[in-house]
Design a protein around this ligand. Structure first.
Ligand SMILES: Nc1nc2c(ncn2[C@@H]2O[C@H](COP(=O)(O)OP(=O)(O)OP(=O)(O)O)[C@@H](O)[C@H]2O)c(=O)[nH]1
Length: 318
């Protein structure tokens, strides 16, 4: 394995396509227009929407830009660049992102539809926490899909953590009950539960999550709760729609955005934080166990727009 690059430079290289999609388009508008007019705003708007920032967020960003241009008597299109960057950061502001569950005795529910990278993400999280010396248990409560348990077991082995459950067709709440018993018996720090992600039947999903929650209320009341929804960044607006639907079913405390390596649709991170007010807590940047990073909105925007700035950010856990 090659030497690990710093967080910032890895982000910079991983976001190449997203940058090409959003920033290059914007920069050619800034340079292509000689003055600020309606066409200029329209083209910018189109670029941001095409860049997956979301219609609602884009409109707010453009409105804010128009106000600032007026207030500050700005004449040159290029002067809008910094204003736009600030505005995107402001849209993404969801306050400080809490990772309390990492340092408390906790139960983490991981939800997401098939194929988004849920199992991989759980494996990566388990590997990360295990490497930090934490005791981790995996609860294989996605019992609906055939082979989900086996796949999770492979990740449990890779991360060197114990997995409970995994039998296709068993009751998810029963798996969680067993996993909680194991977590208590082994004094686990973090219980990571793979939970189902069937969105086509929201009512059932809601009931299932409620039932699982009741088990935890009863059996493990002191455990800190975290609910992460896993979304595939390459699906763009579809990921945003999924997040909205899951948020109607349960209280999501964070998003994991997978496949950020090499996608042109990384702008979806802006839409998620802006339109849902939910922090993206981690991003997946590859298929192997250490390809998961904590997400920081300001650094993300900086990595998109200030590519020449090769600051080496290092994550404390790395
Ligand atoms: N490039 C890249 N691929 C990823 C990432 N995360 C997951 N994948 C790949 O995406 C595919 C689907 O991942 P899974 O973890 O199996 O997805 P899942 O959501 O658990 O899907 P089911 O098991 O079908 O429910 C696999 O080939 C993973 O290797 C990532 O961050 N980057």
């Amino acid at each position: 394995m090659g030497e690990k690059k710093g967080f910032f430079s890895r982000l910079v290289s991983g976001l190449t396509k997203t940058r090409d999609n959003i920033v290059s388009g914007m920069d050619s508008i800034f340079h292509g227009f000689s003055h600020i007019d309606d066409d200029f705003y329209e083209e910018l708007e189109e670029t941001l929407i095409m860049g997956d920032l979301g219609v609602h967020t884009t409109i707010e960003i453009i409105e804010e830009l128009k106000e600032k241009v007026k207030e500050q008597h700005i004449k040159e299109p290029i002067e809008c660049r910094e204003l736009l960057i600030d505005s995107i950061k402001k849209q993404m502001d969801v306050g400080e992102t809490a990772y309390e569950f990492e340092n408390r005795q906790s139960v983490v529910f991981v939800i997401g539809v098939n194929g988004v990278g849920k199992t991989t993400t759980i494996g990566k999280l388990a590997g990360k926490f295990h490497a930090q010396g934490k005791k981790v248990i995996l609860g294989a409560a996605d019992t609906f899909r055939a082979a989900a348990g086996e796949q999770l077991k492979e990740w449990a082995n890779r991360a060197q953590v114990e997995m409970i459950g995994g039998q296709e067709g068993s009751d998810p709440a029963a798996v969680v009950y067993d996993a909680v018993a194991a977590a208590k018996a082994r004094k686990a720090d973090i219980l990571l539960c793979d939970t189902a992600g069937r969105l086509h039947n929201k009512k059932n999903l809601m009931e299932e999550l409620k039932k699982i929650n009741r088990v935890i209320d009863r059996e493990y009341p002191d455990a800190y709760r975290e609910t992460l929804v896993v979304l595939d960044a390459t699906t763009g607006q579809n990921a945003l729609a999924q997040a909205k639907e899951f948020n109607e079913v349960t209280d999501i405390t964070g998003v994991v955005l997978t496949k950020m390596d090499g996608t042109a649709k990384g702008g979806i991170a802006v839409a998620i934080q802006s339109e849902l007010g939910i922090p993206v807590k981690y991003i997946g940047v590859g298929e192997s166990i250490d390809d998961l990073q904590k997400f920081n909105a300001d650094e993300f925007v900086n990595a998109l727009f200030y590519t020449n700035d090769k600051k080496e950010y290092t994550e404390d856990e790395e």
